[in-house]
Design a protein around this ligand. Structure first.
Ligand SMILES: [Zn+2]
Length: 290
């Protein structure tokens, strides 16, 4: 628990710093299988697949880190990645797209990621995926079947969870914040709390007790860790719903501090009030749809 909170403060601290000042980044590589590693740096966790066909990665953190990330990849296997998969459009997961594309990588992401990156970077930008998909896509590479499964309206409206069949690993992107804290639900980019809970449940149904689970932020965990996160989300939702029923307006709910009983740590960029507001908006939007 202590160790997790410590790691959480490092990871979230690094994430927060990225928006304010540039700090020295300490990269760390963890082996998950013969062919698959996770790279912790600054921003979203990167999965690296190496093998006979070449290299591909999931997410690429920030543009300023691309050279360092390439060095880290080169230590596992020399060469530029053939593919870069984006779990969603946020800048701490797609910031390196242009640099990797210039090195010859082909970016793959959901259609909504394509559209959001096009709005942000323009029609001809190298940030854009060259392969995009709607529901799912399977990459057959390095003796691995990587199944990209889209979850609509979860962390954003363009999330993909990547299931590695041979390695028995799953990369969940920011649907999973493994930091003993509540996730950022990007309601303004089509995200929803119910969608996050649905995606977590669906992933749990598909994995087993040996599966290694890569979160968007925080350390790699397992099915048990993900199940614990699911219970936390369900508890948070229940507390929010109870408060909304009793207090109605956002101002009243914020004053009521419904998430307080969970006794979680919050970071500077995602304080309890912001989480409460995003969950409130998500649950209210949901209610109006029915
Ligand atoms: Zn994100």
């Amino acid at each position: 628990m202590k160790k997790n909170s410590y790691l959480a403060s490092i990871v979230l601290g690094a994430f927060f710093l990225s928006h304010t000042a540039w700090a020295e980044v300490n990269f760390k590589i963890q082996q998950l299988s013969n062919n698959l590693h996770v790279l912790y740096g600054q921003g979203g966790n990167i999965a690296i697949s190496t093998g006979k066909d070449g290299i591909y990665i999931v997410d690429d953190q920030f543009a300023k880190l691309s050279d360092d990330i390439k060095k880290q990849i080169n230590e596992l296997q020399p060469g530029a990645p053939e593919f870069v998969i984006n779990t969603h459009h946020h800048g701490d997961h797609t910031g390196g797209n242009e640099n990797f594309a210039q090195a010859g990588s082909h970016v793959i992401a959901h259609n909504n990621v394509y559209n959001r990156l096009k709005t942000k970077h323009g029609d001809d930008s190298k940030y854009l995926p060259v392969i995009s998909f709607s529901k799912d896509l399977t990459l057959h590479f390095n003796g691995e079947q990587a199944h990209l499964w889209h979850f609509a309206h979860a962390h954003t409206d363009g999330d993909a969870v990547i299931f590695y069949k041979t390695a028995n690993v799953v990369h969940m992107g920011d649907i999973f914040f493994n930091l003993d804290s509540l996730p950022f639900v990007d309601v303004d980019s089509g995200g929803s709390l119910d969608g996050v809970i649905y995606a977590v449940r669906a992933t749990l149904e598909r994995i087993d007790n040996d599966t290694k689970v890569i979160p968007g932020h925080g350390p790699v965990t397992n099915k048990q860790g993900l199940a614990q996160y699911k219970r936390l989300l369900e508890n948070a939702k229940l507390l929010m719903q109870t408060s909304i029923q009793a207090h109605k307006t956002l101002e009243e709910v914020l004053e009521n501090k419904p998430l307080e009983p969970l006794k979680l740590n919050y970071s500077g960029w995602l304080p309890q009030s912001r989480v409460t507001e995003l969950f409130y908006r998500s649950l209210q939007e949901q209610a109006h749809k029915h």
